[in-house]
Design a protein around this ligand. Structure first.
Ligand SMILES: *[C@@H]1O[C@H](CO)[C@@H](O)[C@H](O)[C@H]1NC(C)=O
Ligand SMILES: *[C@@H]1O[C@H](CO)[C@@H](O)[C@H](O)[C@H]1NC(C)=O
Ligand SMILES: *[C@@H]1O[C@H](CO)[C@@H](O)[C@H](O)[C@H]1NC(C)=O
Ligand SMILES: *[C@@H]1O[C@H](CO)[C@@H](O)[C@H](O)[C@H]1NC(C)=O
Length: 406
């Protein structure tokens, strides 16, 4: 994720709480997600940010180093939840991240010790890509994510060092619990229960799962999504949710990983392989051989300013569907879903009327167990369900799957 640019575009998806009825102890519980574009510090290269994250996701061993010598690259694309911690509570703005599993605070707002704070004295550290990491001390405390979503005794880390996090307080990690292994510095084989684990074990949600609904949008600010703990919301998807087991192929199996093949039009560009679904990655990434086939089929050329594939309007008019074959279902990114919203071109150093594709090279050949990342640009078009209890991930079409918004 994230360069230190002189000017900095921050896409913020801020999560707020609505007054809609919430069924306590009788899931699901839904929190609306609002996205806003923060251009107060200029433009930023989102692709460069993503790439730093992709490298760290692919190589687990990189996640536990500090990379103290690396340049700081601020996390620019994020959506936030306002979490209340302690009693009386202090509000912290945390990045919601499906690709990591530690919850921590302290990057901006100082942690306030209250009567519910317990210092366990354990050192904790994690890295999210070169130049982006935290280290600090573990506490347990009361964490409230929204009305009815209170977790007692949640392990959090209070960071004494946090690099790469501007205008946010930390992360709410909702990836698989095993990703916390190695982050308790003195107990490297011990995992730390995530907020989803604790919501379930404390009986607040009946099924250990959450679902995410985004609506593609080019206007800012706007409430464009929802995070639902414990279930799914029927009116957020069009048609049934189809589930696929979490992949058993390493390294994707460490994350919210699935098996899928990809075709462009009727041509297979990636045979069935493992990869991950990740809300914290902005673009779509595919294995180098698949990317080369996509590049040649679309006629796109890497653009020196944005790093994305640039196509002409003639090439855009000739684009075919990009099809993701998952289980027995096919999920299609239409031509319009394969391009970056043109109204946001200038935020990524692009030209106003240019057409940029959102498909990128993951940097390694297929067959290595980490052959794709279905990032935010995919999740905007499909409802997604992350189900720990049944070890599966679900997708469904939404009213925006075929929308022409870009
Ligand atoms: C804006 O960007 C500059 C250059 O990267 C950086 O030094 C500064 O801290 C940033 N300001 C904010 C408020 O993020
Ligand atoms: C936008 O980001 C800057 C830092 O780059 C921060 O100072 C400012 O508060 C942010 N504005 C909003 C509305 O989040
Ligand atoms: C709180 O967490 C600590 C440390 O993990 C544990 O020893 C204790 O039993 C927990 N208390 C409750 C009420 O869950
Ligand atoms: C999207 O378009 C495809 C192809 O025309 C169609 O099969 C599908 O039902 C559409 N989805 C929605 C939600 O309208």
């Amino acid at each position: 994720m994230f360069p230190a640019a002189s000017l900095l575009t921050i896409i913020l998806l801020a999560l707020s709480i609505t007054a809609s009825p919430i069924e306590v102890g009788n899931s699901p519980i839904t929190l609306p997600i609002a996205r806003r574009l923060n251009v107060s510090n200029g433009t930023i290269n989102l692709l460069q940010q993503d790439r730093a994250r992709v490298v760290a996701l692919k190589d687990n061993s990189l996640r536990h180093g500090g990379h103290h010598s690396a340049p700081v690259i601020d996390v620019a694309n994020k959506y936030l939840i306002a979490a209340e911690i302690g009693s009386p509570p202090t509000t912290y703005n945390l990045i919601v991240d499906t690709g990591s599993s530690n919850t921590w605070v302290g990057a901006s707002t100082p942690y306030v010790v209250t009567k519910t704070s317990v210092n366990t004295g354990q050192p904790v550290a994690n890295s999210y890509g070169t130049g982006v990491y935290f280290s600090g001390t573990e506490y347990t405390d009361t964490v409230t994510l929204g009305r009815g979503l209170t977790i007692a005794n949640q392990s959090i880390c209070v960071a004494s060092i946090a690099r790469g996090f501007v205008s946010v307080d930390g992360i709410l990690g909702i990836g698989p619990v095993d990703l916390t292994e190695g982050t308790l510095v003195d107990e490297p084989t011990t995992t730390i229960p995530t907020v989803t684990n604790n919501l379930h074990s404390q009986g607040t949600i009946h099924r250990e799962m959450f679902s995410i609904s985004f609506e593609p949008t080019t206007s800012e600010p706007v409430t464009n999504g929802e995070l639902t703990f414990g279930g799914t919301i029927a009116n957020k998807h069009a048609g049934p949710i189809a589930y696929t087991p979490i992949t058993t192929t390493e390294r994707a199996a460490n994350y919210w990983g699935i098996d899928q093949s990809i075709s462009y039009g009727s041509t297979t560009i990636l045979s069935s392989n493992a990869g991950i679904v990740d809300s914290g990655t902005t673009f779509l990434y595919i294995a180098s051989d698949a990317y080369r086939m996509y590049m040649s089929a679309t006629g796109g050329n890497p653009d020196p300013d944005t790093g994305l594939l640039l196509i002409s309007s003639t090439q855009y008019n000739a684009l075919e569907n990009l099809n993701f074959h998952i289980g027995s279902e096919t999920y299609t990114l239409t031509p319009n879903a394969q391009i970056w919203p043109r109204s946001l071109n200038t935020y990524i150093d692009g030209s106003i009327n240019a057409i940029y594709l959102i498909v990128n090279d993951i940097g390694t050949p297929s067959g290595e167990g980490f052959d794709f990342i279905n990032g935010y640009t995919f999740l905007e078009r499909f409802y997604s369900v992350f189900d720990t209890t049944r070890s599966r991930i679900g997708f469904a079409q939404t009213q925006y799957t075929n929308a022409t918004t870009n």
